[in-house]
Design a protein around this ligand. Structure first.
Ligand SMILES: [Zn+2]
Ligand SMILES: [Zn+2]
Length: 247
């Protein structure tokens, strides 16, 4: 049932290849723009079908446009992912071996933390335990900036998290590598790093912050969806995506 790939699909794909990731609103705007530019039929509710058509042609090249949620704001994103490489070796054309080792160590810290974050101090300290050629402090700092620039990590006030792109692209790898550590969100069933945790020791389920906001919105007394214990954390507000000029 896959339809033919046309110029509008090709233009959409080219933009994805340049940007790597776009948010849902950006994808909608781009979809409309591509259809209008190439005079093809545009239906606002057919974005996912449009992307399926592209994906059917990407499959033999082990590429895919995959959808996932930002742990930060709960918005959906579309990322162009490489499915041939299953681990961080996919980054080896852009990063040296010792740089990839430091990235792996950063992932270890983030996955092993309660809140899905690693401080720059902890990352700098972990550079001391590298087995490949050690990175100097300034080199580590420069590398962290590059990883943020290339959208593998996000940074806020000296704390690093896995970026939305990284989570979408590396999810199968993370699930395999960190089987015992990684938990999925009770609400959306995606892997969860930045989240709230049920304090009942026999439960301990995780819920992403944006999923917490949506799930508990309008409920008078927040209770854990798994064990029914009182949910003791502050419930964040549901964040509305910034409205853009179109629609
Ligand atoms: Zn979730
Ligand atoms: Zn619970």
């Amino acid at each position: 049932m896959s339809r033919q790939m046309g110029d509008s699909h090709r233009r959409f794909l080219q933009t994805m290849m340049v940007n790597g990731i776009v948010d849902e609103q950006g994808a909608r705007t781009l979809y409309q723009h591509c259809c209008e530019t190439h005079n093809t039929q545009y239906a606002p509710d057919k974005l996912d079908e449009f992307i399926d058509t592209i994906n059917s042609k990407l499959q033999p090249m082990f590429m895919q446009i995959r959808k996932g949620m930002s742990e930060d704001n709960g918005q959906q994103y579309y990322a162009l992912v490489n499915m041939a490489e299953t681990d961080v070796t996919r980054m080896s054309s852009d990063y040296a071996d010792n740089e990839l080792e430091l990235f792996r160590k950063t992932m270890d810290l983030i996955v092993g933390s309660e809140n899905g974050k690693a401080s720059s101090t902890d990352i700098l300290n972990s550079a001391d335990t590298m087995t490949s050629k050690k990175l100097k402090k300034s080199e580590t700092e420069h590398l962290l900036n590059r990883l943020v620039h290339d959208k593998w990590l996000s940074e806020k006030r000296g704390e690093y998290t896995l970026s939305t792109r990284c989570i979408i692209e590396m999810e199968p790898y993370i699930r395999t590598m960190y089987q015992d550590q990684v938990k999925v969100c009770q609400i959306c069933h995606n892997i969860a790093f930045q989240c709230q945790i049920c304090e009942n020791p026999t439960c301990g389920i995780k819920i992403h912050n944006p999923c917490v906001a949506r799930y508990f919105k309008g409920r008078s007394e927040p209770r854990c969806p798994a064990c029914d214990d009182f949910w003791p954390h502050e419930i964040p507000e549901v964040r509305r995506p910034k409205s853009q000029s179109r629609r």
